[in-house]
Design a protein around this ligand. Sequence first.
Ligand SMILES: Nc1ncnc2c1ncn2[C@@H]1O[C@H](COP(=O)(O)OP(=O)(O)OP(=O)(O)O)[C@@H](O)[C@H]1O
Length: 361
Amino acid sequence: MGTSSWNLLGKDYEKIPLSASANLRGDYPVQRLSLGFSTVQGLVSGSQRIGVLWLGAWLALKGQFSAGMLMAFTAYADQFSSRASNLVDYAIEIRLLRIQGDRLADIVLPPTEAFAEGSYVGPMPEPSIRFEKVSFRYAKGEAWILKDCTFEVAAGESVAIVGPSGCGKSTLARLLLGLLDPQEGKITIGGIDIKHLGKNRYRTMIGSVMQDDQLFAGSIADNIAFFDESATQEAIENAARQAELHEDIVAMPMGYHSLVGDMGSSLSGGQQQRLSLARALYCKPQILVLDEATSHLDIARERQITETVRQLHVTRVVIAHRPETIASAERVLTMHKGKVRASKSADSSGETPPQALAEAI
Ligand SMILES: Nc1ncnc2c1ncn2[C@@H]1O[C@H](COP(=O)(O)OP(=O)(O)OP(=O)(O)O)[C@@H](O)[C@H]1O
């Protein structure tokens, strides 16, 4: 499985592809090219040697070559072929240099993110969310995933977004995180358009666990603090406790220093999810977006995490299929044909009524 390196805070880290292979562009052509060239080179040099020896021996037999001349001829022929082979090597290196140049360009010259910096200069807005006639599709000519979609989530509220597989829930989450931009309409946080707020600033108030989140080579502590060099053990432990992961970590021989790179695959699906959750909580977000983030956890543990997060008073947007996860939200929003429609709110006990739940699933 291929690995790649990420530069975070000036340090290079290996990215462990836990859920998908992360081959760098060009790995396969480079290997194929090298293999092809070395095979051809071996064949050419072998047949050239045989040819030279045969020619020398033939001339010696005909009496046109003395034994000394044959020796000198083979020695010079060897030197000639070794120089010729070097020339071929240089040609290959130049070809490979172009491929490596393309790779470097991929890293050094990535397209800059739109709206990374905004014009808004006031205080941070309250963590309420509003989608206002938002329309989005992945490409021109493709079907709209969201069309004139309008809904609101109040600050501190927890909502579950439900709908059939492929209806666009993860796309909505990516729009909310600013990873995608709507083609029409706007998304506001505390009344401020994300584009004006600036995505860099916006991301200091939002945390997420997405379906395709990955862990990085490094210790568990590094992964929770996301390689923050000013991280304290207390803050890391606090996030791990909130994600119900602390007990699992201290049971490991090296505790928080256990290497994820060594044991990434030996972390259970549930532990990986809780590690991603601890990473999201470490930043003390005001808005938390969870896309199937607790699907591998048992109900009791999920309930405990939900209770802990509820006490943090963050705005929560939870995408889930599991009835228990949906029931933990104060309000259920259903996605249908590119729009979001509100189901009934939770009752005074905080539980979503069974009718709304059945409707949602
Ligand atoms: N990067 C992409 N490029 C093009 N189309 C995409 C991309 N990502 C998703 N889609 C399409 O957008 C639609 C919505 O996908 P999305 O992942 O948002 O659905 P979902 O409701 O989250 O599904 P699930 O519940 O299975 O996770 C699907 O038809 C999908 O094929």
